[in-house]
Design a protein around this ligand. Structure first.
Ligand code: GLU
Length: 338
């Protein structure tokens, strides 16, 4: 079972809004102090450059839909976005092709298998099961608008930058390191092609996917990106509409079911928020209508989720009343200012 270490932490009920600025700030600081000494988990090394990360890094950012940003610890350290990019590329292709078509093309159900599983694809007749595992993510990247690979890249980089509210750049070292070791993703793309499920060149698509995973972000960036999904598709800092409210909703539903690898059910059970994690140590968790929590800490559990990030998010979900399933008897709060 996921160890969220929230024994004795009071579960606040989910209400329509975050508490005031001071309370959010105080709880973000408390979460950082409470978990910064946790040293469980290991830094990913299957992409060689990722092993260079400092295991002590720990940043927590909370972006409110009202535009406020809370930052504690290493919120300015840049790391490659990795799998977190899948959520936002998915949103971009949903915006382009719509709910029905994308639901049919990449699916929405959890595989229950590791993110890079080939068996999951085989067992499902070559149909990707959801866009948060590599097969579905590669199929989504292939759908990005653009007549050439360069145009598609432009759509991805500009689209993810709009979510972040600033121009995101690629870490070329990560891109080169992952390109040299991603034969499994190349195999997945070829397999998709063999089933007639990839309408683009497999090598070119994996290159684009690898480049998208190498975009550099900070904990604050992913908090703002998540808060854009919490804010009906409008970036709360730049006020630019990035995707429609329907697309933001659909993306969050997919994250709730699939965002935390094969631990997605446990995460929802313990933390109760749609979220996405990545192997470089980032996690973004979204509280619809309220905001998002971006955490960064490179030590991962066996499923590939950041240990400190998981615990800090669990703590904040409880204390800020973010768990979307937590309610209390409406009469018990009557007349109370919540
Ligand atoms: N680029 C990584 C891969 O495809 C992303 C993995 C992840 O963050 O889960 O292996």
């Amino acid at each position: 079972m996921l160890n969220t270490d929230t024994e004795g932490v009071l579960q606040e009920a989910a209400t329509g809004a975050l508490p005031g600025w001071e309370r959010v700030e105080e709880l973000a600081r408390a979460a950082h102090a409470r978990y910064r000494a946790v040293d469980d988990g290991t830094v990913a090394d299957y992409i060689p450059v990722l092993a260079e990360a400092d295991p002590a890094w720990f940043g927590i950012a909370v972006a409110e839909t009202g535009g406020a940003l809370h930052e504690v610890g290493e919120t300015g350290v840049a790391f490659s976005i990795q799998s977190i990019s899948k959520a936002f590329v998915y949103a971009l292709v949903c915006e382009e092709f719509g709910h029905e078509r994308i639901g049919e093309l990449v699916g929405v159900d959890n595989t229950g298998l590791p993110f890079n599983s080939v068996i999951a694809l085989e067992l499902n007749g070559g149909h990707p099961m959801n866009p948060m595992v590599n097969a579905g993510a590669i199929a989504s990247t292939a759908l990005v608008p653009g007549a050439t690979a360069a145009e598609k890249w432009e759509s991805i980089q500009a689209g993810l930058s709009r979510f972040a509210g600033r121009e995101l750049e690629v870490d070329e070292r990560v891109f080169v390191s992952e390109s040299a070791t991603n034969s499994r993703n190349q195999a997945l793309a070829r397999l998709l092609q063999s089933y007639g499920r990839l309408d683009a060149d497999p090598g070119e698509t994996v290159e684009l996917y690898t480049r998208q995973c190498s975009l550099l972000v900070t904990a604050s960036d992913i908090a703002v990106m998540g808060a854009t999904l919490a804010d009906g598709g409008v970036n709360p800092v730049t006020r630019e509409r990035v995707v429609s409210a329907d697309v933001a909703r659909d993306t969050l539903a997919v994250l709730a079911a699939n965002g935390l690898y094969e631990r997605s059910g446990e995460w929802l059970f313990q933390i109760g928020l749609p979220a996405k994690s990545g192997v470089s140590g980032g996690i973004v968790a979204v509280a619809p209508g309220k905001g998002a929590i971006g955490t960064f800490s490179p030590r991962l559990d066996e499923a590939g989720n950041s240990v400190r990030g998981e615990r800090a998010t669990a703590y904040l979900s409880r204390t800020l009343g973010l768990n979307i399933f937590a309610s209390i008897d409406a009469r018990a709060t009557e007349g109370k200012q919540r």
